[in-house]
Ligand binder design. Structure first.
Ligand SMILES: Cc1cc2nc3c(=O)[nH]c(=O)nc-3n(C[C@H](O)[C@H](O)[C@H](O)COP(=O)(O)O)c2cc1C
Length: 210
């Protein structure tokens, strides 16, 4: 993947912004399916500050409890990616793989913070925000992952944050093959790898509905 792949895709996206409503919109269901959690990225694809800003821009359109909008975002491009990389944990369910594999580390992040002491409404807003941002990333031809396992204090210190870091998104061009596998609710929910594929078990819809 050449560096300019993403630039071209992003430029086209912005150019077509006005005409997009006339075109058939990308189906949400297709974005949802592509929106898997990637723990390995193609480092030839450079995610810029502008790309990250476009992803974060969903946040002035999403719902928010009492519309308080207490979330704030620190954008981390490749210049500062190493500062985050050392402080996150990926793929705890597959400890033997020591993910991410060397050379496939994410090189861009969004640190999602709260300007108040987080309560249940903050966490509700957080989920809506992160999923919206990941879907935006997929629409741009990118991928990502939510990261809850990180060193909060060190992240706060490293980036001199005046707010509480709650979750980190890694963003990049995914370099893994990932497949959903439909399962019954009483089966193992842990993701696993098989023949080079990352398998994500998901409980069948019939068992999710009362
Ligand atoms: C709130 C939240 C926190 C997560 N934290 C981590 C994490 O710290 N490390 C990691 O490798 N994956 C993390 N994940 C990714 C999940 O493992 C992933 O969503 C799950 O395996 C299902 O895969 P899918 O997103 O492709 O459907 C997190 C996901 C969510 C929603």
């Amino acid at each position: 993947m050449a560096d300019n792949y993403l630039e071209n895709k992003y430029d086209n996206l912005l150019k077509n912004k006005t005409s997009m409503s006339a075109k058939k919109a990308t189906a949400v269901s297709s974005l949802m399916l592509k929106n898997r959690s990637y723990r390995g990225y193609d480092q030839r694809c450079i995610v810029t500050f502008e790309h990250l800003k476009h992803i974060v821009s969903v946040n002035d359109k999403i719902p928010s409890a009492r519309n308080q909008q207490v979330l704030r975002f620190k954008l981390v491009d490749s210049d500062n990616a190493d500062k985050v990389l050392n402080l996150i944990k990926l793929g705890s369910a597959l400890p033997d793989l020591h993910l991410p594999i060397k050379g496939t580390e994410p090189r861009a992040f969004i640190i999602v913070c709260s300007i108040i002491d987080a309560d249940k409404w903050t966490y509700t807003d957080l989920g809506i925000s992160c999923q919206s941002m990941l879907l935006q990333a997929v629409e741009m031809g990118l991928n990502g992952i939510c990261i809850g396992a990180f060193n909060k204090e060190k992240i706060k210190e490293e980036f001199n944050l005046d707010a509480e870091p709650l979750l980190i998104l890694a963003i990049g061009k995914g370099a893994e093959k990932i497949r959903i596998k439909s399962i019954q609710a009483d089966k193992d929910h842990n993701y696993y790898r098989e023949n080079g594929e990352h398998i994500v078990p998901k409980v069948k819809i019939d068992e999710l509905i009362f």
